[in-house]
Design a protein around this ligand. Structure first.
Ligand SMILES: C[S@@+](CC[C@H](N)C(=O)[O-])C[C@H]1O[C@@H](n2cnc3c(N)ncnc32)[C@H](O)[C@@H]1O
Length: 306
């Protein structure tokens, strides 16, 4: 029998029309950060080591509205310049890649990208992949990428299950699934992201010692997730005491959905590792306590490694 694609686990893929600046970023910045649309994902090509001796752009650090042409930005007086964004995010070029052991972190369903970009800013020596099918969320994330100047984020506008299927074996150090669509009605449970097949695919791409972090404020989804992970012989629940599921892990940055409190319970924080893991992941991810600072005019909390 032919394999059917999984049911859609997300709601809308687009809401209101993008603002001109967001549309400009989708046009000009996204192509520099996007994973390849098809085929196996070559991580060395996606995260190339930057060229030695490359000159920093004379425009680096200045803000220009994204222009209509790729690689160009338009200054307020209408003149075109090489885009500072493009120069901060050089296109991966063939043959430039080198083996890079920096930790690889995937965020599935990053929403507006606040958590993804804050984590990327807090851990500049790690590589982040964010996946989100909601175009307005991708556009919002691009704005955060541009404003923060992080260089270690790559994005995919689409379904994370498609990305996972194209990743090499044992490549991920950490996966975030934060406040996924809860699909609370019984007839919709089959749309939930966490399914038996999904865990099998996830297990393939996690490194030994890697961790999957899940949070929800829907009690049934918390139980559902815990049960599926516990039934899968490849995973183990890392909780040792009640505080481990009642309180977020160290370094957590609150997400937009988390703050909306739309669920039917307090957030539940679940961390899963491989069954026979030595907890190598802990040494990297839980010993770093990012410092929270406020950046920008909207008084959001962000992380900084400074
Ligand atoms: C309830 S929102 C939470 C967003 C964000 N994590 C937060 O906490 O603010 C769930 C997000 O997951 C995304 N999503 C659902 N299914 C997905 C999938 N298969 N791959 C990637 N993202 C998905 C949705 O588009 C939506 O933006």
């Amino acid at each position: 029998m032919e394999d059917r694609p999984p049911l859609r686990s997300y709601g809308r893929t687009k809401a209101r029309a993008l603002k001109p600046r967001q549309a400009g970023l989708v046009e000009t910045l996204l192509p520099h950060l996007a994973l390849p649309e098809a085929g196996a994902i070559n991580l060395e090509a996606v995260f190339p080591i930057s060229r030695e001796g490359a000159e920093p752009s004379p425009l680096a650090g200045r803000r220009w509205p994204a222009g209509p042409d790729e690689g160009l930005a338009v200054s307020p007086d209408g003149a075109s310049f090489p885009s500072p964004v493009a120069s901060r995010h050089p296109l991966p070029s063939r043959g430039e890649g080198a083996v890079c052991a920096a930790p690889l972190i995937l965020e599935i369903g990053f929403g507006g990208g606040e958590h993804l970009v804050a984590q990327a800013a807090a851990l500049p020596d790690a590589r982040f992949i964010g996946v989100e099918p909601f175009l307005n969320g991708v556009a919002s994330c691009l704005r955060h990428v541009e404003e923060s100047g992080v260089q270690n984020v790559r994005l995919h506008h689409g379904d994370a299950r498609d990305v996972i299927a194209r990743l090499p074996d044992a490549c991920l150090d950490l996966v975030y699934i934060l406040f996924p669509d809860p699909w609370p009605k019984t007839r919709h449970h089959k749309r939930r992201l966490i399914q038996r097949e999904f865990l099998a695919d996830l297990a393939r791409v996690l490194k030994p010692g890697a961790e999957a972090r899940f949070a929800t404020d829907w009690a049934h989804y918390a139980e559902w997730t815990l049960e599926l992970f516990m039934r899968d012989a490849r995973f183990t629940w890392l909780a040792e005491r009640a505080a481990d599921w009642r309180e977020p892990w160290p370094g957590h940055v609150p997400t937009r959905y988390e703050m909306k409190r739309l669920g039917d319970c307090a957030p539940v924080w679940l961390r899963f590792g491989g069954r026979n893991d030595t907890r190598q992941c802990d040494s990297y991810f839980t010993t770093r306590s990012p410092k929270f600072v406020t950046i920008g005019s909207k008084s959001r909390s962000w992380c900084s490694s400074a």
